[in-house]
Design a protein around this ligand. Sequence first.
Ligand code: PSV
Ligand code: MN
Ligand code: MN
Length: 424
Amino acid sequence: MKIEQYQIAEYNNSLLKAQERNYSFVAEKVNNVSAVLKLLQEFQVAIPSWALGTGGTRFGRFSGAGEPRSLEEKIEDVGMLHALNQSSGAISLHIPWDIPDNAAAMKALAAQHNLRFDAMNSNTFQDQPGQAVSYKYGSLQHTDKAVRKQAIEHNIEVIKYGEALGSDALSVWLADGSCFPGQLNFRGAFQRTLESLQEIYSALPDHWKVWVEYKAFEPNFYSTTVGDWGQSLLFTSKLGPKAYTLVDLGHHLPNANIEQIVSLLLMEGKLAGFHFNDSKYGDDDLTVGSINPYQLFLIFNELVDGMNARGMNHATDLGWMIDASHNVKDPLEDLLQSVEAIMIAYAQALLVDTKALSAAQQSNDVVAAQEILQQAYRTDVRPLVAQARMLAGGALDPLGMYRQQKVRENLIKERGSKTVATGL
Ligand code: PSV
Ligand code: MN
Ligand code: MN
């Protein structure tokens, strides 16, 4: 299923009048609107290969129909999303869920769809068939050297796959931890994990980075060895300049002030980037912006402010990725919604009057500071985002066009109704 440029142009024509009206209404209130449009067009969010199929819960998985049966089909799905929104120009692979057997061919296929390969994700949280030793009691932290060695070698293998694909980052999330008090010596687990990470670090090619993702709980429910940003920062500081801390929005304890964490990691030059999702209770992996869009805006506000202060390129200097998966939605529709929510939050953050905010902060005008942020947040920036997308060659309303083109129905015809994509 491919969406052609002429179809997008035709679709946009049907919406153009309304778009022009809505766009001019918001554009006249924005200073330097062309700079905002340019930043929006440059911003790209990577799609995880494991989010293209229906996600499971630990109680069951209700597979959707027309799911991608191979990595090729996953790349095609992301290519289709990118054609629609022009903001999903990268794919992130999880090994061994999506092993690129023929890396050159995969790279060529991705390039045909204007996609690049984002960070590579290793998996030492599941045992694979034929594996010599088990990760039941952890991987890089394990008390048995043979398990640690197996996990280190797996990560090095993932780097090799990534090199062949043109990726430049390894993303490590560890399920390591403990389920009961007394099960683990915390310092011992930390030291062993650090030594293992150091071996992986020393296998990184020159221009590569390693991202250490933290998570408060699950699957371990008493302690997690990389449990919060402090522990991740401790690892990444000890590892060296190629190591950064990855923030997954769903990996905090309830009500954590994620925007403050982001601000300080950025200040220290240790922020790797994001796994975007949303949550109400835990690592819910819900659609970005579906539960707490104000928090997402506040995070982007810190990002824009912090990245500008450090002279960073918004589009390329951090890793932007979605990490969500759904049991009840069409995964492609869900991804379109997530990317849209990210673009909206980013656009709102670009509208913040930073000079006025800084003055309000300086004079402790609390009310003015709040008003300035909310003024940006309460602006309906959707026509701005749509305008940027149309200028880049995308559809004014990607989800609307997806439905109009009956993409899912066509994928079911092509692939069948009983397909199950690899992933969790
Ligand atoms: C773990 O909850 C996580 O967020 C990590 O990023 C994994 O790689 C991913 O989810 C797998 O779904
Ligand atoms: Mn994640
Ligand atoms: Mn997660």
